[in-house]
Design a protein around this ligand. Structure first.
Ligand SMILES: CC(C)(COP(=O)(O)OP(=O)(O)OC[C@H]1O[C@@H](n2cnc3c(N)ncnc32)[C@H](O)[C@@H]1OP(=O)(O)O)[C@@H](O)C(=O)NCCC(=O)NCCS
Length: 184
């Protein structure tokens, strides 16, 4: 639908650029996906090697090609990969709904890069993918993530109890959502 000749579109903002994820990004993404300050909020085990990171990138790229999910690498102002973001899941028929996910190198938190990156993701979701509702699921103590989605206009809708299985057991998440009619 949004892929032309197998090419994932690049989205360009003023400071960040969202690019198709490739194994060339493995080293930078490994630093982020193995960082305990990042993985604790995602409820996933930290990655333990570059090889494992390459396998995950290959899996995510395959899912993007099949239009089951869509995750970009975030390229910062210096041309380096500083994080990733996109849709963990989305569907049109019967719902027109997607769920965003994101992670940023902790050294760059508090500079507004993710707000800009997610702005591009939301624009693409509403205007190119045709979504009507975009959700974000956050760990209930993840204040940074909650602040981030609220500044983008998401409304908190409630708590989904024991929604995720994580290495430390079943975990609640807070559900936030933004509707097409509420976006800009
Ligand atoms: C969630 C996460 C991406 C948020 O990162 P962040 O740095 O807080 O978010 P942003 O990049 O949008 O930065 C926003 C902050 O930059 C500040 N800022 C500075 N310059 C800015 C600018 N030019 N534009 C916008 N904001 C700017 C904002 O005031 C805000 O500050 P605050 O933290 O004091 O409120 C990050 O904490 C992360 O990777 N966490 C681990 C993974 C995770 O939790 N993912 C989300 C799952 S739901």
């Amino acid at each position: 639908m949004y892929i032309c000749n197998g090419v994932i579109p690049t989205l360009v903002g003023s400071r960040v650029k969202l690019c198709a994820m490739t194994t060339e990004h493995a080293s930078a993404l490994y630093q982020i996906w193995s960082h305990p300050e990042v993985t604790r909020w995602l409820g996933v085990p930290a990655l333990s090697s570059i090889e494992e990171t390459e396998q995950l990138i290959a899996f995510l790229s395959q899912m993007a090609q099949e239009e089951d999910s869509l995750r970009w690498s975030i390229v910062g102002p210096g041309g380096e990969v500083i994080g990733s973001c996109g849709y963990n899941y989305w569907q049109l028929q019967g719902a027109y709904r997607g769920e965003i996910g994101c992670d940023l190198a902790p050294a760059l938190w508090g500079l507004g890069y993710m707000k800009e990156a997610l702005g591009l993701v939301l624009n693409f979701g509403f205007n190119r993918m045709g979504l009507n509702r975009i959700e974000a699921l956050c760990h209930p103590d993840n204040n940074r993530a909650e602040r981030l989605v609220q500044t983008l206009g998401f409304q908190k809708e409630g708590i989904l109890r024991q929604y995720r299985q994580t290495p430390s057991g079943f975990q609640d998440v807070t559900l936030h959502a933004l509707l097409r009619g509420e976006w800009q």
